[in-house]
Design a protein around this ligand. Structure first.
Ligand code: AMP
Length: 274
């Protein structure tokens, strides 16, 4: 496994590769990341994983400095999963004096975009830079970050980037809690209780299918149930994942939620029809 820290080292490592799969990450790798990596290893001759905690997708009030950075464990996971190249840039490798921003407003507004106004500009900019540097045949993203998938899809289509995107379903703990690097902030009992978020989504999805209540009534009922269970809900809605707009058409829709629990911000989403 090659470690590339500069753009030149990445270019040299990639120079003879014919089929490249790319998995961008912020490190603190877990079984969710591993699933993306394994998909890439299955489908490509060479798999590149980037580990970069991208400062521009954090707001000044967010957890950039305390974001976990267990590099040795991350490299072990990559090696064991069959990764060929790990790209480990510092911020100055990716953010040069030529300041460039990429915005994808069509799908960046609403939901995460409302809660974190500059987040998707940071995501779109860094994903574009990483795709241009790596020039992969395929790139892998987790549906856990549903709106990020919509942003990346629009970014790639709008910039005519020649890459096949693969979106991978969320990997969960046995409790149902979506795996996330931020779960490390929970005490063990909090982590168990946090799975109530996913369980609520499942029940809400089945109630929407049964159509006892309208979408808005059902959502407002579950906001209040979650709030009584200690969750501060930022949003809970039924969205069309292609447009990231609220919808009453349930067939391809997903339930999306963001909530704070014991000081940790959680996001999750599930298809309404499993
Ligand atoms: P991150 O390191 O949080 O930026 O995530 C890197 C990639 O892993 C993104 O495409 C995420 O959507 C994906 N990912 C994060 N958590 C999960 C999960 N539980 N299941 C599947 N993919 C995930």
């Amino acid at each position: 496994m090659i470690l590339a820290r500069t753009r030149e080292e990445l270019r040299d490592a990639l120079s003879h590769e014919s089929s490249v799969g790319f998995v961008p990450t912020m490190g603190a790798l877990h079984a969710g990341h591993r699933t993306l990596i394994e998909s890439s290893v299955d489908e490509n001759i060479c798999t590149v994983v980037s580990i970069f905690v991208n400062p521009t997708q954090f707001s000044p009030t967010e957890d950039l400095s305390k974001y976990p950075r267990p590099l040795d464990a991350d490299l072990e996971l990559c090696e064991a999963a069959g990764v060929n190249i790990v790209f480990l840039p510092t911020a100055d490798v990716l953010y040069t004096e030529e300041e460039v921003w990429i915005d994808v407003p069509s799908v960046s507004n609403g939901y995460e975009g409302d809660s974190r106004p500059t987040h998707f500009r940071g995501v779109a900019t860094i994903v574009a830079k990483l795709l241009l540097l790596t020039q992969p045949n395929r790139a892998y993203f987790g549906l856990k970050d549903l709106q990020q998938c919509a942003v990346v899809r629009s970014l790639v289509a709008g910039l005519f980037l020649p890459v096949d995107l693969r979106f991978v379903e969320t990997v969960r703990e046995s409790s149902g809690l979506a795996l996330s690097s931020r779960n490390a902030y929970f005490a063990p009992d909090e982590r168990q209780r946090a799975s109530y978020l996913y369980q609520s989504l499942r029940i809400l999805a089945s109630e929407l299918i049964a159509a006892h209540d309208s979408r808005l009534t059902a959502i407002s009922k579950y906001k209040s149930i979650l709030s009584k269970a200690g969750f501060t809900v930022e949003y809970l809605d039924v969205v069309d994942p292609a447009t990231m707009r609220a919808t009453d058409q349930l067939t391809a829709a997903r339930l999306v939620v963001a909530a704070k629990f014991c000081g940790v911000r959680l996001i999750d989403n599930i298809p309404i029809h499993p």
